[in-house]
Design a protein around this ligand. Sequence first.
Ligand code: UD1
Length: 421
Amino acid sequence: MESKDAFRITGGSRLVGEVSVSGAKNSALKLMAATLLAEGESTITNVPDIADVHIMEELLTRLGCTCSYDPKLQLMKINVPAVPGHRADYDLVRKMRASINVLGPLIARVGEVEVALPGGDAIGSRGIDFHIKGLTDLGAQARSEHGFVIATAPNGLTGAEISLDFPSVGATENLMTAAVLAKGTTTIDNAAREPDVVDLGEFLISMGAKIEGLGSPTIKITGVTKLNPTTHATLSDRIVAGTWAFAAVMTQGDITIRGGRVEHLEVPLDKIVEAGAVVTSTDDGFRVKMDRRPTAVDVATLPYPGFPTDLQPFVITMNAIAEGNSMVTENVFEGRFMFVNELQRLGANIHVDGHHAAVTGIPELSGAPVAATDIRAGAGLVLAGLVSEGVTTVEDAFHIDRGYPGFVESLRALGAQVERI
Ligand code: UD1
């Protein structure tokens, strides 16, 4: 999977035209894991053809499921056995953190689970203490040992009142998928409100789960004894849609983003308007038009509905070429400024102090070889290449392929000079 591909970009093009947004990676992966909750065949549509989806397929296959994916139709069928396996090994978990999402469904369904600890990655340390504490509240015996999270609940789970210290997306998802089959009622306070969490909740409801309060800070789940397989369409990817919006602003372009949902991007689109762009709704998405150099904007990342940490690399990159000075504050993942070193190689004037980045805008960056450190940082560097004088090569493009199906093709269709090498 980790190919040696790089993207070679010649800067200077204005991006103009239409682009379609795929199904959300961070939703599709969780829906796939949640199929484990019911024996039989579930169907998920609008599943993007990206590396992480194939890793989740491999993980589910090792757990005894039969998966079939049609990339043309973006259709995933998963047939779950009566008793799935219960172990997710390190070789898969280290490639994709979302592997941890089998924890909730397996403890609920099988009564035991062992998932390798994901460890940290290039965006910071990523704990799982909230997951373990919540499962313990539900009556499981959960601990981390020899590099695995091991949880058992031989007599099943019991509903509980759970309060999260931080509205963690992954912990909310694992606890929701565990509680749907618990005896009695569970409330999750300070729950994550991300659209991905709502999509997963709606998927579970279509399987027969009883869930209230999705999208609010308190989710209430009344356990049922059995869930049924279902059919569901993955919601569209707000981070990919947001990426295209920033691409339009930075290249002073005009992009119609089909399938993009403005209601999932209110804060980032407000920032884009503040930077000088015109955003309008269309029949099936929205359009971002920009006809001047952007004005720098201050941003602080926060859990949804705040400014998403996954769009932070794009706002930093935009500010790097904007008129004026700005401050970007990262409140979700402490390691997320690592890619700033790469932007500096392109001439960006950025000073990082802890979780603040002070950016002084310059008119143009200067093309150079750089390396992607994670999915969003990688895509941010590609956008930086579009507004750099000369040629930029973004190495380790496999990171970008994890989140952006057909990225190079879409960029070229919009007029970018970019190729995969
Ligand atoms: C998900 C997304 C990721 C996004 C993030 C925040 C997936 C596969 N990934 O990641 O793209 O950037 O939401 O929107 O959906 N934390 C703990 N202990 C825990 C759990 C989390 O300390 O038990 C901390 C993390 O270290 C981090 C913060 O909470 O600082 C937020 O993490 P979380 O919301 O759980 O993110 P993920 O679900 O890992």
